[in-house]
Design a protein around this ligand. Sequence first.
Ligand code: HEC
Ligand code: HEC
Length: 150
Amino acid sequence: MINLPSAAQLVFVLLIAVPFSAAARDDAWQPREDNAAWRAECSACHIAFPPALLPADDWLDIMSRLDKHYGVDASLETTLRQQIGAFLERNAAANRSLTSRDDVPRITSADWFVRKHQGAIRLWRKGKLKSLADCAACHKGPDIERMTGN
Ligand code: HEC
Ligand code: HEC
C-alpha cells in the first residue's frame, strides 16, 4: 500500500526543512574553527574546500591517499597530514546525504551540489567553465577569500 505524505508533513518540508538546509549550507563557507596548516596546504592548487561540504569518511579517504590525489601528488609530511586530517574530520558534514557517489570523494558530485548547480553544469558541458571545482569562478566575497590562501 502506498503511503501518501500528509498535508502536515508537506507543510513541514516546505516551511521548515528547506530554509533550514539552505541556512546550514550558507554557513558551510565558515568552518567552526580555523586551521592555518589546512589553509596553507590545501589552497595551493584550488581553494581550501570547506570541511562542512564532505562527511568525515570522505575526508579521511582523501587524506589517506594524497600521493594519488585526483591525478596529482599532494603528499604531506605525516604530522601535517594528521593535523589537517583531524581538523577536517572535526568540522566535517554531519549530514550523510552530502556523501558523494563517485569512486573518489567529490563535493561536485553530491546530490545537493548537482541540484544547486544546474547552470554551472551546463556551462561546464559547453566547455565554458574549466572545472566545476573552481568554486571561486562564481563564489566571491570574504568567506571564499579566506579559502584561497590569501
Ligand atoms: C598539488 C595540487 C593540489 C594540492 C596541494 C591539493 N589538491 Fe585537492 N585537488 C587537486 C586537483 C588537481 C583536483 C581535481 C580538480 C578538478 O577536478 O578540477 C583536486 C580536487 C580535490 C577535491 C575534490 C573537488 C571536487 O571536485 O569536489 C577535494 C575535496 C580536494 N581536492 C581536497 C584537498 C585537500 C583537503 C587538500 C589538502 C590536504 C588538497 N586538496 C590539496 C590538486 C591539489
Ligand atoms: C559556474 C558557477 C559556479 C561554480 C563553479 C560553483 N558554484 Fe556554487 N553556486 C552557484 C550558484 C549560481 C548558486 C545558487 C544556486 C541556487 O541558489 O539555486 C550556488 C550555490 C551554492 C551553494 C548553496 C548555497 C545555498 O543557498 O544553498 C553552495 C554551498 C555552493 N554553491 C558551493 C560551491 C562550491 C563548494 C563550489 C566548488 C566546489 C561551487 N559552489 C562552484 C554557482 C557556482
